[in-house]
Ligand binder design. Structure first.
Ligand SMILES: [Cu+2]
Length: 270
């Protein structure tokens, strides 16, 4: 196709304006992440920024060159297309540059993913989370400091989260409608679903894990600040999906102990 000078000018101008708007939107952080609140989230954000800078430079360079070529090689009377078979130095440089960039990105991503998916540290504080249509419930050990076993086979009207009636550690366990965790140590989360697929999402902590019926999934993270954070369900799990939102409070160990002591243990009669 031959572009007239006017067409070439407008097409090139559109490409440059579009690229400038896209670059500005990102550089200005117009739609950006919620405030960061975990150690692991900081590492994820760093890797994200490295990826964004590398791909951003390529994005801008490609579009500026495209705009230039559209203008430079517009249709002109008597213009002839050049015939180029190949250019070995250019091809080697281009392939090597892409290879190096991909090795950096894939290597960084794999290393961080392995670290985040590793088992939690031994001193982690563990909370078990039940997902169901359409709410979150948080299982804590009682005064004995040990969480009782749960199993879906024990679930009944009187025992909605399947505590093992024969487990002595289960008798004083606590089921709360809000998640509270003490500040200053890693937090491990065990996830279970009573019905369908859900997804436990902590945007401020950059953590997200599917909750799968019939199995336990896990995550762990280290909060860097106290505060109240949102726990949306990130898996379309039914008509009430939009109201499936929990609250996570990160607070001092003293405040946490106050809160947990105000929760009522299940007090299973066995
Ligand atoms: Cu859900």
């Amino acid at each position: 196709m031959k572009l007239s000078s006017r067409q070439a000018f407008w097409y090139a101008a559109f490409l440059l304006v579009f690229t400038a708007i896209a670059a500005y939107t990102v550089a200005n952080k117009t739609w950006w992440f919620p405030p960061l609140a975990s150690v692991q989230g900081g590492e994820i954000d760093n890797l994200f920024m490295i990826t964004l800078v590398i791909t951003g430079i390529v994005f801008i360079a490609v579009h500026v060159v495209l705009a230039y070529f559209v203008w430079r090689y517009r249709g002109r009377p008597g213009g002839k297309a050049a015939y180029v078979t190949h250019n070995t130095p250019f091809e080697i440089t281009a392939a090597a540059t892409v290879a190096v960039a991909l090795v950096i990105l894939v290597g960084g991503g794999t290393t961080l993913w392995t670290k985040i998916q590793s088992p939690p540290p031994a001193d982690a504080f563990t909370v078990e989370v039940w997902a169901e249509q359409f709410r979150w419930t948080f299982h804590y050990p009682g005064a004995d400091g040990r969480m009782g076993n749960v199993d879906v086979r024990f679930i009944s009207d009187d025992n909605p989260y399947g505590l093992d009636p024969n487990d002595p550690y289960a008798k004083d366990d606590i089921f709360a409608t809000e998640m509270h965790v003490p500040y200053g140590k890693p937090i491990a989360v065990i996830l279970r679903s009573k019905d369908v697929l859900h997804s436990f999402f902590l945007p401020n902590f950059r953590m997200k894990m599917d909750v799968v019926p019939g199995m336990k999934t896990r995550m762990w993270f280290t909060p860097t600040q106290a505060g109240v954070f949102e726990i949306p369900c990130a898996e379309l799990c039914g008509v009430g999906h939009y109201i499936m939102r929990g609250v996570l409070t990160v607070e001092s160990p003293e405040q946490f102990n106050d809160w947990i002591s105000q929760q009522t243990p299940v007090g299973m009669s066995q």
